[in-house]
Design a protein around this ligand. Structure first.
Ligand SMILES: [Zn+2]
Length: 351
């Protein structure tokens, strides 16, 4: 199951800070970050990737990121396969950076970032921000829906470019699918208290989201997006645009609602996707002062990444730093490849 599912429990036994002071208490310096990574990567205790020995590794005071095996004396880097590998920047700075990116103002500039992290060099801030944002735009390939009904709709994003007057120049067609989830009284008392952060309306709140750019409103384009994003068998609600008519032939249970420009009907039948589109446009215009069609897909992925992880900052944090659990010892082949210089990057665990 992918880590963006709101159903997945988050941190497990490893604590995750919920506030800035908490964060600073948990990760005051290099060794606390390293211990944290060791506890995530080897939840059942360190296993030497070379010889498979399960023993507390030796630590080297001058090389804090290295764990040395008692048995074979082989060395393992804590940051191998993560976004922090080969970086001279302290892990505490990376942690702070990932925390800012996942929990604070989206679309922070590199200059603001440099100031927040207290970095001397702008280039370092730029590189870190770039790497973390690249981790956000890895596409998710698993499909939403199944047990949850899905709302699907399209919208135009973008607008007038200065000096071009009105019209649809530079407007891009975006299609979205979002899960309808019901608020339960029990859940409302507990973990879903925070769901005020998510679009909700009429006893429903938004589950997982998928967004995509499509060339037109044709049945072909809409069906292709549906098949990539929504599991067949899912109950899908759309407006009465003919492009959706054939979705039942693709395996979906379809409800089409005639809106005829009536805002009340639109709100009653597709409440969540319209809220999502509204929030998305506010974000794109407010934070980024509009986005060119060329860069829009990357921003849609970033928006989706945050949206799907609102409740799970731990997962977002780990995904961005590409810290993954290494419960299986690495194979000799993989190790040999690493030493030979052809690095095969482990993914952040998402499909
Ligand atoms: Zn060993």
């Amino acid at each position: 199951m992918s880590d963006d599912s709101p159903l997945v429990a988050s941190a497990g036994d490893v604590p995750f800070p919920t506030s800035l002071p908490d964060f600073q208490r948990l990760f005051p310096e290099e060794w606390t970050c390293i211990d944290y990574m060791v506890s995530i990567r080897w939840p059942a205790g360190f296993i030497c990737p070379r010889c498979g020995a399960k023993d507390k590794p030796l630590r080297i005071s001058t090389r804090a990121r290295v764990l040395r095996c008692h048995e074979c004396k082989g060395e393992t880097s804590v940051t191998a396969g993560t976004v922090m590998d080969h970086s001279h920047t302290p892990l505490s700075v990376w942690f702070w950076a990932a925390y800012l990116v996942t929990s604070m103002t989206p679309g922070m500039s590199a200059v603001q970032f440099q100031r927040q992290l207290g970095l001397c060099r702008y280039e370092t801030a730029f590189q870190i921000l770039h790497k973390l944002r690249a981790a956000m735009v890895r596409p998710q390939r698993d499909r939403i829906g199944a047990a949850f009904p899905v709302e699907m709709d399209e919208t135009w994003i973008g607008g007038r470019t200065r000096g071009e007057g009105r019209g649809r120049h530079h407007k891009t067609l975006v299609v979205g699918a979002v899960e309808q989830r019901k608020l339960h009284k029990k859940a409302e008392k507990g973990e879903l208290l925070q769901s005020k952060a998510l679009p909700r309306r009429g006893g429903l709140y938004a589950g997982r989201l998928r967004l995509g750019v499509i060339p037109d409103r044709s049945a072909k384009s809409l069906e292709m997006f549906a098949l990539e994003s929504v599991q067949p068998g899912t109950h899908v609600t759309t407006d009465d645009w003919p492009g959706y008519d054939k979705l039942p032939y693709k395996g979906y249970r379809l409800t089409q609602v005639a809106q005829r420009g009536d805002a009340d009907v639109a709100e009653a039948s597709l409440p969540l996707i319209h809220l999502v589109f509204g929030n998305l446009k506010t974000w794109l215009n407010g934070v980024h002062h509009g986005v060119s069609p060329h860069h829009l897909p990357a921003y849609l992925n970033e928006y989706t990444f945050r949206f799907n992880r609102l409740f799970y900052p731990f997962n977002a944090f780990r995904s961005l730093l590409s810290i993954v659990a290494q419960t299986e010892p690495m194979t000799y082949d993989a190790l040999y490849q690493r030493e030979g210089g052809t690095r095969s990057r482990r993914s952040g665990g998402r499909g």
